[in-house]
Design a protein around this ligand. Structure first.
Ligand code: AKG
Length: 201
């Protein structure tokens, strides 16, 4: 079944909200991040808040605590709870930066590390997020607009992978739309840390 870019079908447990941030909030968050320190450790640049995620071991170790979320992220985390996007207050955030041609490989967010809801907020550029069932042919493409929010829980969090294909443009309703610099903020609640680095699942 192929529902590419059809927002009327989403994997179970996935909810998409087209308008989460205002343009002013988007600009303020971008400025905050650009005033911070982007890490070049991956192909795309990232910033971690709350806890450092270990990409190699695919886990969060007990010594990975970085401190409380900065106030401007804590406000967003509290808003996600207050407005019903998630139940647990997120305490870990990763900012990802994608230039055209960059993406993120198919993955399921660490099951033992994070609680049942994972939220991604998009800034600056649209892009397609693709969900796949590892065991089946299903594939769903969802267009993420700037300032939107997507939340993953249930099947969409645990049984489907999600990825952002490394492309310079997306085809939307037959029209090719070029990507520009995109930033995403992924909010999660840490429920368990590993005693030391090592594969967690
Ligand atoms: O950029 C996105 O919207 C998704 C990011 C993501 O999947 C992650 O941080 O694990």
């Amino acid at each position: 079944m192929d529902h590419a870019l059809n927002p009327s079908f989403l994997p179970p447990g996935v909810r998409y909200f087209g308008h989460f941030l205002s343009a002013e909030e988007e600009a303020a968050i971008t400025a905050r991040l650009d005033a911070g320190e982007w890490s070049n450790a991956l192909k795309r640049r990232v910033q971690h808040f709350g806890y450092l995620y270990d990409y190699k071991a695919r886990t969060i170790t007990a010594d990975a605590y970085l401190g409380e979320l900065p106030g401007w992220l804590e406000v967003l985390a509290q808003r996600l709870v207050a407005e019903g996007y998630c139940e647990d207050l997120p305490d870990q955030v990763i900012a990802n930066e994608y230039f055209p041609g960059q993406g993120i490989a198919a993955h399921i967010d660490c099951v033992p590390c994070f609680s049942d809801t994972v939220i991604s907020i998009s800034l600056l550029s649209q892009c397609e997020m693709i969900f796949r069932r590892p065991q089946g042919p299903e594939m769903v493409g969802v267009l993420l607009h700037p300032r939107s929010c997507i939340s993953l829980r249930g099947g969409g969090r645990y049984d489907w992978t999600h990825e952002i294909p490394a492309r310079k443009s997306d085809i939307v309703n037959g029209v090719k739309i070029a990507r520009s610099r995109r930033i995403s903020l992924t909010f999660r609640k840490v429920i368990q840390t590993a005693p030391h680095a090592g594969p967690s699942r």
